[in-house]
Design a protein around this ligand. Structure first.
Ligand code: GTP
Length: 376
């Protein structure tokens, strides 16, 4: 099963007024580090906007990905926000990262709370942040490709107890039929009543035929719970059609926020620095990736190629030595990998030059962090 099948926008003509039933909204993807938030966003968007590595805390910024489309006749614009994994801040950098999470939750029309099947973390800090968000929260159990149906069932039960389903109640409408999935475990067991008990599909059958989507708000100020729980595999695209149906259904009726041709709120330079940073995460161990930051100092779009200059900041001379490697071997390897990735992303030949510079304690310096774009 692949990513959601989305029709091109069709009636979204620039300058033309949007359809009266146009739906648009902000969807925030939040959760602990390394649970698969960036993988999910890239799958939902169909573009590789967010960098992905197997190391925790790869994402440092809030990255918006914009998707226009037409889903079962419903024109929509989705503005996804991939956010840094929620952690207890140790550095000023972490505080800024957490302020991106806060900002994305304040804007959200729908929240995707991503957990993974093996997660042993204590998610209380995530739940605390979600408690009073008065919008639908879809709790996703990711990486189920690595689990048995029994393990998935067990995890669903765990989440029913810890963040039980309730709040926004949405009835199925006919248009979602195609999006329903044979899930793991079977789909019926994933529909819940407000009290957290399972929905009896036979009871629903009569109502479903002419039911319209209904979003029932939780009482103002009441602590929020998950609106529903969906097991997924972001990597394999499993259950993402079903998730997509639900996201579109929860979107408010609203005109588009961004022009149709806009893919993201971030400039090209941002993606260039992120791709170089990703290769640093892949090639170096321990503190080095976490102590590194990439600043694009030159970005020239020539007819035949992109000429990109990047400065890699590290905190200590020893880290600079590691980054460079013996006779500059390591930085050369990283540069080649980054250049290849940049060429794929920009669809053009790239000339990349990198310099490694020591900037002591940049992660702790407010002024430096502001310069590096760590403010909302
Ligand atoms: N098996 C499996 N692995 C997955 C799945 N989704 C993500 N991963 C892997 O999990 C790791 C972390 O994925 P990311 O998407 O970077 O996770 P994240 O939550 O954005 O991480 P942070 O940036 O640290 O917050 C990567 O190695 C992914 O390939 C999945 O559905 N199945």
């Amino acid at each position: 099963m692949g990513s959601p099948d989305i029709q091109p926008p069709g009636e979204l003509n620039p300058g033309a007024p949007p359809a009266p039933d146009f739906r648009a909204g902000f969807v925030s993807i939040v959760g602990k580090p390394n649970v698969g938030k960036s993988t999910l966003m890239n799958q939902l968007i169909g573009e590789r906007l967010s960098i992905i590595t197997s190391k925790a805390q790869t994402t440092r910024h809030r990255i918006m990905g914009i998707l226009n489309g037409n889903h079962n006749g419903q024109p929509f614009q989705l503005v996804y926000s991939d956010t840094p994994g929620i952690i207890q801040p140790k550095y000023k950098l972490h505080e800024s990262m957490m302020s991106f999470v806060r900002g994305s939750l304040e804007d959200a029309d729908v929240i995707l709370f991503v957990t993974d099947i093996f997660e042993q973390h204590d998610e209380d800090d995530v739940i605390k942040r979600l408690k009073y968000a008065n919008v639908p929260i879809i709790l996703l159990i990711n990486k189920i490709d690595q689990a048995s149906p029994e393990q998935v069932e067990e995890k669903i039960r765990y989440w029913e107890e810890h963040f039980s389903v309730g709040g926004y109640a949405v009835l199925e409408d006919e248009s979602s039929e195609g999006g329903k999935k044979a899930g793991i475990p079977d789909e019926d067991s994933l529909r819940f009543n407000e009290d957290g008990s399972l929905v009896d599909e036979d009871d629903l059958a009569d109502d479903e035929t002419d039911a319209q989507p209904v979003a029932e708000e939780a009482a103002p100020g009441a602590p929020r719970k998950a609106t529903e729980i969906i097991p997924i595999s972001a990597l394999n695209g499993f259950n993402l059609d079903r998730l997509f149906d639900d996201i579109v259904r929860y979107l408010p009726v609203h005109p588009p926020y961004f022009p149709e041709d806009e893919l993201t709120d971030k400039p090209e330079r941002f993606f260039a620095s992120e791709m170089i940073r990703e290769k640093i995460f892949l090639n170096y161990k321990k503190e080095v990736p976490y102590s590194s930051e990439v600043v694009i100092t030159g970005f020239k779009d020539r007819e035949d190629m992109l000429v990109i200059s990047a400065e890699i900041l590290v905190e200590r001379p020893t880290q600079r030595a590691i980054l460079l490697g013996e006779k500059g071997n390591m930085i050369k390897k990283t540069g080649i990998m980054a250049r290849e990735e940049l060429e794929r992303f920009f669809g053009k030949k790239v000339f990349l030059e990198t310099h490694v510079k020591v900037e002591p304690d940049w992660r702790q310096k407010e002024r430096m962090l502001r310069r590096l774009g760590y403010d909302e």
